[in-house]
Design a protein around this ligand. Structure first.
Ligand code: DAH
Length: 336
């Protein structure tokens, strides 16, 4: 009985040696390794094997199957029989190559880079800050009083820990204005920085709202800085970024960290139509903010602004739904 296994092995090996193409290899596979093949067939003979020989017979048959399978696999690779057809070269060296698709920066990153470049030409350096801030830097030092609605737990992502709204309580920053404080705490005036970054607010997501978005903050501190300097800077920015025909207007407003404060609108051309678009807030740095960072408000003056980067990008490129910016659909992103 055991001899029969050895004979089958010898026969299979000599058959395999005669295999010269994919078709004969396939016939070999069916004959020996297929579900009705001869090696499988050995197992059906097991019942006729005397009981004391059964274990040995089983082991030998299994070993033969493994050996023939390995030899078959090797032959298959040698013949390149993985390919559908056995004739013709496997590699067509004359076929044109596939052009690799280049990656690109996200449209928001591109916008930030452009803004950094525009303000950089006006002498503004880039500052960054942490996305996790404490209540002191997000509110207190920015002159936002304890009972101010901006500190409401429903309007902020407070992290777990000491009571919401406390100066030591951490949160995901709700505005890049925190970076104004961080910069002034560690730098002596004069200061001229812009600070782009992510901010977080628990807004319902829709075409114009997202719970995470980007702002770019500007801060200029020197002696005798005036509202005229602020307006000039913003006009320069608008012309450089949106084109020489862009106009700006400042609408009186209120922010706790600036006095006076204004809302910044830019008149720009969107789809052949000129329109006023609100881009953010600005104003003259409030003396209380200077006091919080240890600057003498009698000596130092400054202006600040905070603009929404998504708004800028959406207006510039005619994007009408903010959610497209975060879905990472390459068909959308490839356009920029
Ligand atoms: N931080 C304000 C906001 O998120 C925007 C802002 C307004 C920033 C006035 C400023 C400013 O620097 O002076 O709504």
């Amino acid at each position: 009985m055991l001899e029969q296994i050895d004979q089958l092995g010898t026969k299979a090996k000599s058959d395999l040696a005669g295999v010269s193409d994919a078709d004969s290899l396939e016939q070999f596979r069916i004959k020996y390794l297929g579900t009705k093949g001869e090696i499988k067939g050995l197992m059906s003979q097991l019942k006729e094997v005397p009981p004391q020989q059964k274990p040995q017979f089983g082991q030998r048959a299994n070993a033969l199957r493994a050996e023939i399978q390995t030899l078959y696999d090797r032959r298959k690779t040698e013949l390149g029989a993985d390919a559908k057809s056995s004739d013709g070269p496997l590699l067509d060296a004359t076929e044109p190559g596939l052009a690799p698709r280049l990656g690109r920066t996200h449209v928001i990153t591109q916008t930030m880079d452009d803004l950094i470049e525009v303000f950089g030409r006006m002498g503004f350096e880039v500052a960054i800050g942490s996305e996790v801030e404490d209540g002191y830097h997000n509110f207190v030092a920015l002159n936002i009083p304890e009972d101010h609605p901006a500190r409401d737990p429903l309007d902020n992502f407070y992290l777990e820990g000491s009571g919401s709204g406390q100066p030591t309580q951490h949160l995901l920053r709700s505005q890049t204005s925190t970076i104004q404080i961080r910069v002034m705490e560690t730098t002596e005036p004069p200061i001229r920085v812009i600070a782009p970054g992510r901010v977080y607010r628990p807004d319902e997501h829709d075409a114009t709202h997202s719970s995470m978005f980007h702002q770019i903050e500007g801060l200029y501190v020197d002696r005798k800085v005036s509202m005229a300097d602020l307006k000039t800077t913003l006009i320069q920015f608008a012309h450089a970024y949106f084109g020489s025909k862009a106009e700006i207007r400042l609408r009186p407003s209120f922010f706790p960290f600036t006095e006076p404060s204004a809302e910044l609108d830019i008149k720009m051309c969107v789809k052949d139509k000129w329109d006023w678009v609100e881009l953010g807030g600005c104003g003259m740095v409030d003396p209380n903010v200077f006091k919080a960072v240890g600057y003498d408000p009698e000596q130092w003056t400054g202006f600040a602004f905070g603009l929404g980067i998504e708004r800028i990008a959406m207006r510039k490129y005619g994007i009408t739904d903010i959610r497209w910016l975060y879905e990472n659909d390459v068909r959308f992103l490839r356009q920029f």
